[in-house]
Structure formats: C-alpha cells, structure tokens
Design a protein around this ligand. Structure first.
Ligand SMILES: Cc1cc2nc3c(=O)[nH]c(=O)nc-3n(C[C@H](O)[C@H](O)[C@H](O)COP(=O)(O)OP(=O)(O)OC[C@H]3O[C@@H](n4cnc5c(N)ncnc54)[C@H](O)[C@@H]3O)c2cc1C
Length: 402
C-alpha cells in the first residue's frame, strides 16, 4: 500500500492519519514541535464532522470530555434573544455538535493514532521545510537537512504551511479583517442548561461564550470558554498571528456596553488567568491544492475566519474525503478527485465567513434594534433569520437529515 506522509499533527493531520490507516495505508505524521502540548481553548466540531469522528469509533471518548451543544443563541447588544439555532441530534442532525477544549480534542486524536497506527507513527521535532518529487516518489525535506521518502505528501501544517508556500510561493501576507479576538477559559457556575453557546453584540463588539467541559458539567460547574471580539483601526501583531500569544486585558470596559442578563461578562473576563489575543485572519482561496504526489488539507489549504466555528470541522471532513478518494485511486489522480470535491466547497465557506456567515443575524438585528424593550419578533421575521442560518448550514455541509 502507498506510504503517506502527513506534515502536521493538528486536528486535520491526526484525523487524516486515522482515516488513511483505516483504509490500509502506511502513515507517518511529521510534526514540527519537539513536544505536543494541549494548546488552545475552545473549539467546535459541527455535526457532519463529529459524524466522521463517531464513524472512527471516537464517540465515547468525545462524550466523556466534550459538551454536546444544544443550541447557539444569538443575542442583541441589549441581551434580547434573536434566534436559538438548535444543533443537537434531537433537532435532526446526523450527529451531535461538540464544544471542546482544542487540546483535549487533539490529544484524544493523538492517543487514537498512537494506539491504532503505532507509537512510532508520529515523529515530533520534524519541521517540514519543503519537498521534491519525481514520477515515482516524493521526498519530504526537513529544515535541518533530514529527509523522508514517501508516495504521497499531505501538507496539514496549518496557517503557515511550508508545503503551501512551496506550491504558491508568490502568495501575499495573511488577510486581516480588522477584528482582534481576545480569548480565554475559566471555571464558573453553570449558565442555563450548560450546553448552550451564546453569541452577542455586533460586528464591532462581540462576545462569544460556551462551556467546553463535560466533566465539569456533570459536577454542576462549567469551563466557560469565551472570545471577546473588538474592531481595531490599527492591527495589533498582524504580521505574527500566534494562537498562544498572551496579553493583559485592556479592553474590558468596552464590554460593559453589552447587557446580557444571565451572563456577567466583566466577571468572566476578570476571573480569567490566561488571556490570548489572535487577529481574525484568513487567506484568499487557492486556484489549486495538489501537484503530482502532494496536496494540502485543513488550515494549510483553506484558512478561514473562525466565524461559524468551521475550521476544525472542515479539516476533519477533508481528512475523510481524502482517505475515501485515495482508497479508490491511491495515486495523484486520487488527490485530484479529493481536491475537486473539497476545494469548491471550502472556498464557499471561506468567502461566506468573510461576509459574516451565520452571525449575519446579529447585524440584521443590530440595524433595527433601538433598546432593551424592543421586541425582536416585531423587528425581524423568522423566515429572514432561518434564511441566513439554513443557508450557511447547507453551504458548510451540515444539513438536517430530517
Ligand atoms: C497552537 C494552536 C492553538 C490553536 N487554538 C485554537 C483555539 O483555541 N480555537 C480554535 O478555534 N482554533 C485553534 N487553533 C486552530 C485550529 O486548530 C485549526 O483552525 C483547525 O483545527 C484546523 O486544524 P489543522 O490541523 O488544519 O491545523 P492546526 O490545528 O493549526 O495544526 C497544524 C499542526 O502543524 C504543525 N506544524 C506547523 N508547521 C509545521 C511544519 N513546518 N512541519 C510540521 N508540522 C508543522 C503545528 O505545530 C500543528 O500541530 C489553534 C491552532 C494551533 C496550532
């Protein structure tokens, strides 16, 4: 069977390793960092992507640590409920949406790769620098001169993919949208049913919060993940987008303007020990992902704004489709058919996220609401809201099954 090297042991790379191993391929994952650590805070796995993880037999371990999200509630800056968008199996999705700590998700995938593919399947301290290829093989090149021969190389090294850079050397810098996202997670009392995601505010000032620990929920507490989004005239650290950059929080006062009756935003922000900042960045969709024996997957292929919470999900779907297509044709033509399926769909998601994705319901309401006593149902029709949310669900690929 073909030997496949995956560059990057992130969510996409590890899922690809599991899917490809299941199809009988010989898989090796090369990861840049010496020691993988459970980095990041909250991340969401949408129903269609969680179905992939369930098919891989990871449902039980996910259910131990991740929250089965019941719904996303969109609220105005005055706190009124605009729309409750259900995400659970009971609402007709094929699998649950999960909210989880990124590190926990990465480590459960890592454990599965090590136990199924083998301890030696992941080599850390192996920063992929580029590749060379012939008709017969691809040679993966390390920054320190080491090399590794394979039949196929998948660049899954995230936002700063070297494989992508070699395929598209003239690509410009990251595209910055003008919004800085401050992020953190803190243990709090449980809000409501402990399974609801809240997105409140507007394009200029937005607060997103959701619980990410099923273990704490079972004890009646919450690990409350939050993202505070602020528009800046001048970008901060844009040349250097880094998910782990710590900051002191000088933006709290701005969030006093948000009135959420059941969420004390200021208290959550002040109680959080580690706050990171990250600019809302993406890249223009690419004209091609694959060349010969090499292709891209996940953020390396289609980095997107985390609007609509689709980054991890689209990477997981890429992995599934790639393995299925390579199983049918284990060569460059399999990579081409993977790209033909996934590139147009993910291009649509990248572009839809630039237009606000499902969060456009916030701006629709914001343009019409004048104060806390306004009744949303008198300002916006259900049809207007459903058009936005079902339009995005269809585009991102997680239609209801009934
Ligand atoms: C440290 C970190 C923290 C994050 N935190 C969050 C978060 O809290 N919430 C959220 O929504 N998203 C977060 N993300 C992004 C999110 O994981 C991705 O958008 C999504 O899961 C798609 O995953 P991916 O596998 O394509 O890329 P990633 O998850 O970014 O994984 C890429 C992997 O490739 C490795 N790598 C990088 N360069 C090389 C190289 N040259 N050679 C070999 N390996 C390389 C990286 O170390 C990483 O392990 C984070 C990403 C990272 C890297």
């Amino acid at each position: 069977m073909a030997r496949i090297v995956i560059a990057g042991a992130g969510i996409g790379g590890l899922t690809a390793a599991l899917c490809l191993h299941e199809k009988g391929f010989e898989v090796k994952v090369l990861e840049a960092v010496e020691e993988l650590k459970p980095l990041g805070v909250g991340i969401n796995v949408m129903p269609h992507a969680s179905a992939v993880l369930h098919e891989l037999g990871l449902g039980p371990v996910l259910d131990e640590c991740a929250i089965r999200t019941r719904a996303i509630e969109y609220r105005t800056r005055f706190g009124q409920l605009i729309q409750s968008d259900p995400r659970n199996v009971e609402a007709g999705f094929i699998a649950p949406q999960y909210s989880v700590h990124r590190g926990e998700l990465q480590f459960l995938l890592l454990d599965a790769v090590r136990s199924r593919v083998g301890e030696g399947a992941i080599e850390t301290g192996w920063p992929v620098e580029g590749f060379s290829q012939t008709d017969d093989a691809v040679t993966v090149l390390c920054a320190d001169g080491r090399s590794h021969e394979a039949d196929i190389l998948i660049g899954a090294e995230g936002l700063r993919s070297r494989v992508r850079h070699q395929l598209h050397p003239d690509e410009g810098p990251l595209c910055y949208e003008g919004t800085m996202m401050f992020r953190g997670a803190v243990e709090t009392d449980m809000t409501g049913d402990g399974r609801t995601m809240i997105i409140a505010g507007n394009h200029d000032l937005k607060f997103v919060t959701y619980p990410i620990s099923e273990k704490l929920r079972k004890k009646g507490r919450a690990l409350t993940n939050w993202v505070a989004e602020v528009r800046h005239d001048k970008p901060r650290h844009i040349q250097d987008a880094d998910w782990s950059r710590g900051v002191t929080i000088d933006f709290i006062k701005e969030f006093d303007r948000l009135q959420l009756p059941d969420v004390n935003v200021g208290e959550i922000l002040r109680a959080t020990e580690n706050v990171t900042e990250y600019p809302m960045v993406d890249r223009d969709p690419l004209p091609f992902w694959s060349k010969g024996r090499v292709t891209l997957l996940g953020d390396a292929a289609h980095p997107m704004y985390p609007i609509g919470a689709n980054g991890a999900s689209q990477a997981i779907i890429d992995a599934r489709v790639l393995a299925d297509e390579l199983a049918r044709r284990p060569d460059a033509t399999g990579l081409q058919s993977y790209e033909e399926i996934r590139r147009p769909l993910t291009t649509d998601v990248v572009l839809a996220n630039r237009r606000g994705g499902p969060e456009r319901v916030l701006d629709l309401a914001d343009a019409r609401v004048t104060g806390p006593d306004d009744r949303i149902e008198e300002l916006i029709t259900r049809e207007e809201l459903e058009q936005i949310s079902s339009g995005y669900r269809n585009l991102a690929g997680f239609r209801k099954s009934r």
